[in-house]
Design a protein around this ligand. Structure first.
Ligand code: ZN
Length: 483
């Protein structure tokens, strides 16, 4: 038995002013065949799991290229086609095979391609033919189009947000794909379009119970897998929005009914799945009244959603209001990092940083700072893997410690700060740019977690996103899409 695996992944914010090029993939993660490290990367868990299973069970795994780019703007047509064709050429060379395992984020948009994953999976299907099993792992922040579901046999989304279960879900993808090859199951997909755009952190109710309910249904009545595709709101493509995908062992009618039941249950939770968002000042007031350490997250400048991550609005309010004992990060500013390296550790200098990339990034901060730590090629930890920060600098604005990075990414691990010598134990307030991925590492450090609407480039309310091509009706743009 022989399987092929590869990974092409990014989450495209078509409204982002930062174009996505081949260099962005090389900067975040790129491994040619045989180069993948012995740890799972965010979208390469199928490869990592399959490597172990192949070794244990004595089948052959052909590794193709794996590429991931930090979310940003539309991918250049040439960049997408080059990555796609690289993988397809490797697949052709590996033929004949019994199965394909793809680690795809699921929200990649390129010039001329609204549905990159649908395009890629359909081309894989054309090469391998109808009898070969195709298993796909997706991030729930994907556009779950009919095309990709039809072209694959097994498609599984991560269930947790923050995405702490990428390896667990990859085990399922590999397992279900192997069982399909062995003729033990016949996976059949049923999808329900929830006609809604929302954020669904699974660290809070009602999503926590909903995910647990869905997990309990798996393995009963022929249900092989259930995915809750949250959707990714910041793309101007027709298929934005939440969907439920149920895969049964050849029980289509039951799958259809269950997908509809769960989809309607999710729709009934609309308006209640995301946390309340405070203004910067409300959050600062609240934090001052809390006895203990507070973590404050601003999702509106989350690079994980394609925002630049150099927004200054929240930081400016902290400075203006004289808040002390603060750890703030990450702030993406490669030029400021260069200046810090030029100045050297322990130096005080006038530094301009942040506020460069998007109209909603705010004005740059001009401050006298002390460079407290410089690290070449810094990293942070997330879901068992390391995420590159590039060259990074810690600066002290007088009680406010900022982590400046040169490789754009959100706050994922506490080592974003501690790796730069910023003492979180001594911090009263930790401010992060992230929607919910920060939660796994940072919530345990906090007496309370506050979510703030910092007014950055990715608005929390979908009604503020300037869609032109989305399929209507859809909530909350339309009050009742099922009317
Ligand atoms: Zn995601």
């Amino acid at each position: 038995m022989k399987l092929f695996t590869a990974s092409v992944a990014t989450e495209t914010n078509t409204f982002s002013p930062i174009p996505t090029s081949i260099e962005n993939f090389h900067e975040s993660f790129y491994a040619r065949p045989g180069e993948h490290p012995d740890e799972p990367k965010l979208c390469t868990a199928p490869l990592w799991v399959a490597r172990r299973r192949a070794r244990e069970e004595g089948w052959q795994l052909v590794e193709g290229s794996c590429a991931f780019a930090e979310p940003s703007g539309t991918v250049g047509r040439g960049a997408y086609e080059r990555l796609r064709d690289e993988v397809l050429d490797q697949l052709r060379a590996a033929m004949p095979i019994d199965g394909v395992l793809l680690g795809l984020h699921g929200a990649m948009v390129a010039d001329g391609y609204d549905d990159c994953e649908g395009d890629l999976i359909a081309r894989v299907r054309d090469i391998v033919g109808a009898g070969v099993a195709i298993g796909v792992e997706h991030d729930p922040h994907c556009h779950l189009t009919e095309k990709r579901v039809a072209a694959s046999d097994v498609l599984v989304c991560f269930k947790e947000f923050p995405h702490t279960d990428t390896v667990e879900r990859a085990e399922e993808v590999v397992d279900l794909t192997l069982r399909t090859i062995r003729g033990e199951i016949r996976p059949v997909s049923s999808m329900f379009d929830c006609r809604m755009i929302a954020s669904f952190p699974t660290t809070r109710e009602p999503m926590r119970s909903f995910v647990d309910r869905v997990k309990a249904l798996e393995g009963t009545d022929g249900v092989l897998s259930i995915s809750i595709a949250h959707g990714f709101p910041y793309a101007d493509v027709p298929d934005v929005g939440a969907r439920i995908l149920v895969i049964t062992d050849d029980r289509k009618a039951h799958g259809d009914a269950l997908a509809a039941e769960l989809g309607r249950a999710l729709f009934a939770m609309r308006g209640r799945t995301a946390p309340p968002y405070l203004s910067s000042d409300e959050a600062i007031d609240r934090a001052r009244g809390i006895d203990g350490r507070v973590v404050m997250a601003d999702p509106t400048d989350n690079p994980g959603g394609g925002a630049p991550g150099d927004g200054t609005q929240v930081l400016r309010r902290l400075i203006e209001r004289g808040v002390q004992g603060v750890a703030f990060g990450p702030m993406w500013d490669p030029i400021a990092v260069r200046f810090c390296f030029a100045a050297g550790e322990g130096t005080r200098l006038r530094l301009r940083f942040g506020g460069k990339t998007a109209p909603a990034s705010g004005q740059p901060i001009d401050a006298e700072v002390e460079v407290t730590r410089l690290v070449r090629g810094a990293t942070q930890t997330f879901a068992g893997g390391s995420v590159p920060l590039g060259d990074a600098a810690a600066i002290d604005l007088g009680g406010i410690h900022v982590a400046l990075i040169s490789n754009r990414t959100q706050a994922l691990g506490a080592d974003l700060f501690t790796g730069l010598g910023i003492d979180l134990e001594a911090s009263r307030l930790i401010c992060v740019k992230s929607t919910n991925h920060f939660h796994a590492a940072f919530a345990p450090l906090a007496t309370e977690v506050l979510y703030v609407d910092g007014g950055g480039p990715i608005p929390r309310d979908p009604r503020q996103v300037p869609y032109t091509r989305i399929k209507r009706p859809i909530w909350p743009l339309d009050e009742n899409p099922f009317a």
